[in-house]
Design a protein. Structure first.
Length: 426
């Protein structure tokens, strides 16, 4: 094409050529734009197909922010370090985990610095914290974030921690440290106004006095010769819904001990010194639904006498009370001899009226000899074959208990939270 560089006014012939060139340029421009649009559509199509192809080998990229945030939260329950690890994968994941406060709730301070613990607390925003403190922790490591702590595990080697005011702490577990005892009077309603779950079943207790104890709903406590654990139980008697007693004394101060617990629904007792010692413990709990004796003993044969009618789940290491008295029993777990199994099955035949509500019966076999196991299996199979009906309870011989007896009451932490397994985590 002709390029006019002359600054003189074009003549008519030159004007005609210029107009023709303008038309040609406009046409070429339209063709180029059409080609560009077609090329852009091709690029967009290839980009889409490439993204879809990559998704097939990396489907996590399809997840929305909400779903990814939920996954990160569950990862933190299994490993307290996961927010840091996930945030190092890529920028997108880092942005997501930083905007997921619930993923920063769990702090295992046994393996992280005080500075890192404060970072977790800051990123968790207002979420309730679940903390595991190392042995010999100082008050300064927890005091700045004490108002945010909901659940805490500490060692008996750090009793000064209990002098910090924990306004929102709902669950406290104190782990054993050698023979170090804990002064139970430090756990007062003024220092722990929200405390409802206390786990001290492995720690010796002492007390100068229990003037004001928090109204606990769940308690696991050791009962030794000074009976501070019993004093705690009595201090919380009106509110307790779940009680685990670990008895490490050969006898109580009185010949007969009576516990009046009007709200109690779950009771578990373990006696480390039951052999040869009869302990008369009477339980007055009209709402009791589950009862567990965690070791083989005949020391507590009278404990259930006033509660049998309300029991729905029962686990003991001796023959059960009279079947007709167990009016609400649904699950029965027994660790008894083969002779007691025979007697029980015979008694069960005579009390068919309870079959409709008694759903599961388990006999523990892990302590039996091989010949006894064979004999027990033969008895149970014979019972099943003789009484085939829809209302027949499930009768099983098991190496380990198959059915977990539920612990009633409001759980302070969910079952899959690391609070119940801090000692197992790195």
């Amino acid at each position: 094409m002709t390029h006019f560089v002359s600054q003189t006014w074009p003549n008519p012939e030159e004007k005609r050529k210029i107009k023709a060139e303008i038309c040609a340029l406009e046409k070429a421009k339209k063709e180029a734009l059409a080609l560009l649009e077609k090329t852009q559509c091709r690029v967009d199509d290839l980009t889409k197909r490439l993204f879809e192809a990559r998704l097939r080998i990396a489907p996590i990229k399809m997840l929305t922010f909400d779903v990814l945030s939920m996954i990160f939260e569950f990862c933190a329950r299994n490993d307290w370090r996961s927010p840091l690890l996930l945030g190092s994968i890529c920028r997108g994941w880092r942005a997501t985990v930083l905007q997921t406060p619930r993923a920063w709730r769990f702090i295992n301070q046994r393996y992280c610095s005080k500075t890192l613990a404060y970072i977790y607390a800051e990123r968790s925003q207002r979420c309730a914290l679940h903390i595991n403190l190392p042995a010999f922790s100082a008050r300064e490591c927890i005091k700045p974030i004490a108002h945010q702590v909901h659940c805490m595990r500490l060692h008996a080697s750090a009793p000064k921690i209990l002098k910090v005011n924990f306004a929102n702490l709902a669950r406290l577990e104190i782990a054993r440290w050698r023979r170090q005892s804990i002064d139970a009077s430090l756990i007062s309603a003024s220092q722990f106004p929200s405390l409802r779950d206390l786990q001290v079943d492995t720690v010796p207790l002492s007390a100068s006095g229990l003037l004001s104890f928090p109204p606990l709903e769940r308690l696991s406590t050791m009962v030794d010769v000074n009976e501070v654990g019993l004093n705690i139980i009595n201090a919380c008697a009106a509110s307790l819904k779940s009680l685990h007693m670990h008895i490490v004394t050969e006898g109580f101060a009185s010949t007969s001990l009576t516990l009046k617990l009007p709200q109690l629904s779950h009771f578990k007792i373990r006696d480390s010194h039951s052999s040869g010692h009869q302990k008369r413990l009477i339980l007055l709990a009209p709402r009791l639904s589950s009862y567990i004796e965690d070791n083989g003993t005949d020391a507590y044969v009278d404990t259930l006498n006033n509660c049998v009618e309300s029991i729905s789940h029962l686990r003991i290491h001796r023959p059960p009370p009279s079947l007709p008295t167990l009016k609400r029993l649904r699950v029965l777990q027994l660790r008894v001899t083969i002779e007691h199994i025979r007697i029980f099955l015979s008694d069960l035949v005579l009390n068919k009226s309870i079959w409709s509500r008694l759903k599961h019966i388990e006999f523990l076999s892990s302590w039996m000899k091989a010949s006894e196991i064979d004999g027990a299996k033969s008895m149970i199979n014979g019972f099943r074959d003789s009484y085939k009906c829809d209302t027949l309870p499930s009768v099983q011989l098991v190496c380990n208990w198959c059915l977990e007896i539920p612990q009633e009451g409001v759980a302070m932490c969910q079952d899959d939270f690391p609070c119940y397994s801090w000692k197992e985590q790195v």
